[in-house]
Design a protein around this ligand. Structure first.
Ligand SMILES: Nc1ncnc2c1ncn2[C@@H]1O[C@H](COP(=O)(O)OP(=O)(O)OP(=O)(O)O)[C@@H](O)[C@H]1O
Ligand SMILES: [Mg+2]
Length: 237
């Protein structure tokens, strides 16, 4: 199977502060991969290093076999990588439409319009709110907008950081299902999630981070079914 992302021995953090202590992880084309782990173990930092927003210190990051370690964010976007941050992922003082337009600042007008149409098809609720201020959206609608905004650049690899945080169970399920649907459009998914059970139930594989390292990885179903992992990491039982 072709790997869209292959990370080996990744060390990184913030300037000289090291948070990630040698991460090995891959995502096959078309896969949905979930990262879980306790607070402060480096999940967000990992996505930020991948997206050029935190410091790459050591190790390799291959995207479709090309080494993109330490690349700038704009070059990563051009290569088809998009990222939805854990916090502050929309501009509340702009309208929904303006938020989407901001996601396609590098696109031609024609491409921008077709990308916005595609986003509306995925989240029909947003289409009805196009001219409303993003500040007026509910928590779930904001996450949908943040995901739509990331999709405007037409990515093939989407990095998402806790897209269901603080949402009701109904919205959590809807968001994870929508993310899973993106695979039909040829988008591979790498997701950090606090609702481990929900996300792993849709994922191909999972990684458990602990202390800036991969403590365990494997088939998502096996992780869900493993009583030791369930007790220790997931609080599932
Ligand atoms: N901008 C920053 N500068 C310095 N250290 C930071 C910065 N952001 C995060 N850290 C530190 O990096 C470590 C890992 O944080 P990170 O946000 O990656 O954890 P996380 O696994 O995403 O946690 P959570 O589940 O709470 O979102 C923490 O010790 C945190 O204090
Ligand atoms: Mg985090």
């Amino acid at each position: 199977m072709n790997k869209i992302l292959e990370v080996t021995g990744l060390e990184g953090g913030y300037s000289n502060v090291q948070i990630l202590n040698g991460i090995d992880l891959y995502v096959n084309e078309g896969e949905f991969v979930t990262i879980i782990g306790p607070n402060g173990c480096g999940k967000s930092t990992f996505l930020k290093v991948l997206f050029g927003l935190a410091t790459h210190q050591k190790g390799n990051v291959l995207h479709k076999n090309l080494d993109i370690s330490g690349w700038r964010t704009d070059k990563l976007v051009d290569r088809g990588i998009a990222y939805v941050p854990q916090v502050e992922n929309i501009f509340p003082s702009l309208s929904v439409k303006e938020n989407l337009q901001m996601g396609g600042i590098n696109l031609s007008n024609k491409k921008l319009i077709s990308s916005i149409e595609r986003a509306c098809k995925m989240f029909p609720d947003l289409e009805l709110r196009m001219n409303d201020l993003a500040a007026s959206l509910s928590g779930g609608e904001r996450q949908m907008l943040a995901i739509s905004r990331a999709l405007i650049s037409d990515p093939t690899l989407l990095l998402l950081d806790e897209p269901t945080a603080a949402l009701s169970p109904k919205y959590q399920k809807a968001i994870i299902e929508n993310i899973n649907e993106l695979r039909r459009d040829g988008i591979s998914i790498l997701l950090v999630e606090q609702n481990a059970k929900l996300s792993l139930s849709k994922s191909n594989r999972g990684y458990i981070f602990s202390g800036g390292k991969v403590a365990h990885s494997g088939n998502a179903k096996n992780i869900l079914d493993d009583p030791n992992i369930g007790d220790y990491f997931l609080g599932l039982r």
